[in-house]
Design a protein around this ligand. Structure first.
Ligand SMILES: [Zn+2]
Length: 407
């Protein structure tokens, strides 16, 4: 049976078909390579509310119970966290009496910062057992679970209501976002603020970022889709800003329905812009699918040519989207190694493409001429870090919007 829209239960019209791929977060030990499973991956648009989403669901327990992406590994991410908390203090009076709850709190870095700098009372929730150890080291009280409406009732019984509920890079991962919004509405105090950060569909659409499409990312959000989720769950979107995260994200500020806070003008302006570029039209999505095919061919040709000219190519960043790109485009065959700073990933092999992940300290002009940036959203940070490699003639290749050498 075909899946229904995760926001409005409408029918989904198929747009992209990437056939079968391994799960982007399932990095492998060498001995497990032969046991690897692959799953169908395709995406489409809801006929009714026009929400863009993947059509094939994998059990979230399989995806997130052992998660090897640590928030604290990226410097850029820490900057974004600091910026968000500052913002909450200035605009919404975050202070030492505030109770802050974070959905998918990962290694606990955000809550650690809220506790250290603003002396807030904090609590996190995350299904990944392996990250609990790190969160504990950060001294953050963390529940091991998926957040839901049911779970919000249990939390209220034990901890009461919260002034801030933060959900960064998690709404896009869940098959049932209505349940999270309903839970957040329940958990918030009457003057509480719900903060949602998601990659913005506009960037994915405009810059061909189809590497964002994999099993962990179930839905791709516009401002309109967040507004739809709010109105279905007694919430009210009051402000949206763009943030430079995950290739371009939106940070949404949400209150309870009855709280009469002024709605910021840029909200309507952003929705008008989304309409203008065609995010809610089927025709533009079929055009997008053609652009994706073109990009896939171009990237293959680009790397093939480098290889033909005797260049040694590796990739940087064992990100989820990187694993999607390697598999969707079948470009693993051009790469020697994948470099990544995360100690949790080093020594393992990439899903689907089976390339060994190595510490970036081993990057040298002797073993690499070109580094394909799979975490291309962190290009500047990586270029700074690899300045010696670049000085000696090494090149970084950014795959989007079209493959090019980073300057
Ligand atoms: Zn829908």
């Amino acid at each position: 049976m075909k899946k229904k829209c995760r926001i409005c239960s409408g029918k989904i019209i198929s747009i992209l078909n990437f056939k079968k791929v391994a799960l982007s977060g399932s990095f492998l030990k060498r001995e497990n390579i032969t046991k690897e499973k692959k799953y169908k991956l395709s995406a489409g648009v809801c006929e009714k509310c026009k929400h863009f989403q993947i059509e094939n669901l994998v059990n979230p327990k399989k995806l997130f119970s052992h998660y090897i992406w640590e928030t604290g590994v990226s410097k850029k991410n820490i900057e974004l966290i600091i910026d968000l908390l500052k913002n909450l203090k200035l605009r919404y009076k975050l202070n030492n009496k505030s109770k802050v709850f974070e959905i998918a709190s990962n290694d606990g870095v955000l809550l650690k910062e809220a506790k250290k700098k603003y002396n807030c009372n904090v609590l996190g929730i995350d299904p990944a057992k392996n990250l609990l150890k790190i969160a504990k080291k950060n001294n953050i009280n963390t529940l091991i679970d998926f957040f839901s409406f049911k779970c919000s009732k249990k939390i209220i019984k034990e901890f009461g209501k919260f002034d801030f509920c933060i959900a960064r890079n998690v709404i896009a991962h869940t098959p049932n976002p209505n349940d999270i919004f309903k839970g957040a509405e329940n958990l918030l105090s009457s003057k509480g603020i719900f903060i949602v950060e998601v990659p913005h569909l506009e960037n994915i659409f405009r810059d061909n970022q189809y590497d964002n499409i994999f099993h962990e990312h179930v839905g791709f959000h516009s401002v309109q889709s967040i507004k739809d989720l709010c109105s279905k769950n007694s919430l009210r979107l009051i402000n949206v800003e763009k943030v430079d995260s995950q290739g371009g994200s939106i940070r949404c500020f949400i209150t309870k329905k009855n709280r009469k806070m002024k709605i910021n003008k840029n909200l309507d302006l952003m929705i008008i812009q989304e309409k203008k570029i065609g995010l809610f039209k089927l025709k533009t999505w079929f055009e997008f699918s053609k652009r994706v095919e073109k990009h896939k061919t171009f990237l293959n040709e680009y790397l093939k040519k480098l290889k033909k000219n005797n260049n040694k190519i590796s990739a940087y960043g064992a990100s989820g989207k990187g694993q999607a790109l390697l598999q969707i485009c079948d470009i693993g065959k051009y790469l020697d190694k994948i470099y990544d700073k995360s100690k949790l990933k080093q020594g393992l092999y990439t899903p689907g493409s089976h390339i060994k992940i190595v510490d970036p300290q081993k990057i040298s002009i002797k073993n690499t001429d070109y580094l394909l940036l799979l975490s291309w959203n962190l290009a500047k940070e990586i270029a700074n870090q690899e300045s010696v490699f670049i000085k000696k003639g090494g090149k970084l290749v950014v795959p989007f919007p079209m493959p090019h050498v980073f300057k």
